[in-house]
Design a protein around this ligand. Structure first.
Ligand SMILES: Nc1ncnc2c1ncn2[C@@H]1O[C@H](COP(=O)(O)OP(=O)(O)OP(=O)(O)O)[C@@H](O)[C@H]1O
Ligand SMILES: [Mg+2]
Length: 362
């Protein structure tokens, strides 16, 4: 367990300093609904402000305008960013919004002094390779931080080797070191099922799971654990470790992308890098995706990114070999020949770089 103490105590009382007080509010009996600000960080005090507004619970008949929570803007920014940077993933985005709503309401309840257990935020992200798990974990950390649930918007990613020692007595210190690094933020355990090796009864992974369980139970530590991995193996992992599973409040699934979504992801990535497909290139890339999806080691959006990197290589080579001055249009345009050079097109000539698309996509 980390010895580091949270800078922001997470006690249930509003006075304990969980940043739940950042509301402007309307109070009955005040002729003009004055704005009362809850935290010093919130700007200059409003006309009705007083220390007591921050420290004491609101009266039962007070009305709290949820849209005035100072965290709301940061949360909305993160959600907007999630919408614009990730194609599809409607169910994931919906779950992230639900979690944001839960925590906003928890903040409002604290303002009224309503006692409740701190909502559990440990999660599992299950999905195939390249389906956006790491990206969503980063946005989730930002959002949980904006809502005062964790102290820093950071994700510390680990795999089995970062947690499990090779010799007796080595595992606990290693796991605790990882927990200390993650303290106050998110501990993201990638391919979490490797922690559990039922075939080896003396496996040290079990020790990690026990330490994690203790840490996840601890209401006082500001730490969120996200277990990530491929769906089938995660299911086996959780059914073998019901204690862990029951402490994971949010199981979020990341489905494989459809061809249409992958195409939209490609268009988005191309735009973000200040390139564009000419019409023939877009058509060729669509065909490329159909072929690539059927091949081994296809990794969803990651394969799209890798394929685009190789298109860029071919474009660069093509432009250099033109031996003429190049303009902006040349520099931003990917043509069908930049796509068709891929070895995935069986009929196309072998890739002159000698690289194969299969090898480059993990
Ligand atoms: N829906 C999406 N829209 C746009 N880009 C995406 C989308 N999903 C993933 N990406 C991009 O694909 C790449 C891989 O995504 P990410 O690392 O989040 O996936 P992952 O599920 O963590 O993969 P792995 O299981 O291999 O670790 C990143 O560059 C990310 O920006
Ligand atoms: Mg990842």
């Amino acid at each position: 367990m980390s010895t580091e103490r949270p800078a922001v105590p997470d006690g249930r009382q509003p006075a304990a300093g969980r940043p739940a007080g950042g509301f402007q509010m309307h109070r009955p009996g005040v002729t003009s609904p004055g704005t009362v600000r809850g935290t010093a960080a919130d700007g200059p005090p409003g006309p009705e402000d007083s220390a007591a507004d921050h420290l004491s619970p609101l009266p039962d008949d007070a009305l709290l305008d949820l849209s005035t929570d100072i965290a709301g803007k940061d949360v909305e920014d993160t959600l907007t960013r999630l919408d614009s940077e990730l194609v599809g993933l409607a169910n994931v985005k919906r779950r992230v919004r639900e979690i944001a709503a839960l925590l906003l309401i928890d903040r409002a309840r604290q303002r009224f002094g309503l006692q409740a257990t701190r909502p559990t935020m440990h999660m599992s992200f299950t999905g195939g390779p390249g389906t956006g798990k790491t990206t969503v974990a980063l946005r989730m950390a930002e959002m949980l931080h904006a809502l005062g649930y964790i102290r820093k918007p950071k994700v510390h990613t680990v795999t089995r080797d970062d947690l499990v020692g090779q010799f007796i007595g080595h595992t606990a210190p290693k796991t605790k070191e990882a927990l200390a690094k993650a303290a106050g933020g998110v501990l993201f355990i990638d391919e979490a099922y490797y922690l559990f090796r039922p075939e080896n009864e003396r496996d040290y992974g079990q020790e990690v799971i026990e330490i994690l369980l203790q840490e996840m139970e601890n209401e006082r530590t500001s730490l969120v654990v996200i277990f990530a991995g491929y769906p089938d193996r995660m299911e086996t992992f959780f059914s073998a470790n019901p204690g862990l599973s029951s402490r994971v409040a949010h199981h979020i699934e990341f489905p494989d992308y459809t061809h249409e979504e992958l195409m939209a992801i490609a268009e988005l990535m191309v735009r973000q890098e200040n390139f564009r497909f000419d019409p023939d290139a877009a058509e060729a890339f669509s065909r490329y995706l159909r072929l690539r999806m059927a091949r081994p080691r296809f990794a969803n959006a990651r394969s799209v990114r890798n394929a685009l990197d190789r298109c860029r290589l071919r474009q660069a080579k093509r432009l250099v070999e033109l031996h003429r001055p190049v303009g902006r249009t040349d520099l931003i345009t990917l043509t069908d020949s930049d796509v068709l050079g891929s070895s995935v097109f069986a009929d196309a000539p072998a890739d002159s770089n000698g690289s194969t698309d299969e090898g480059a996509s993990p």
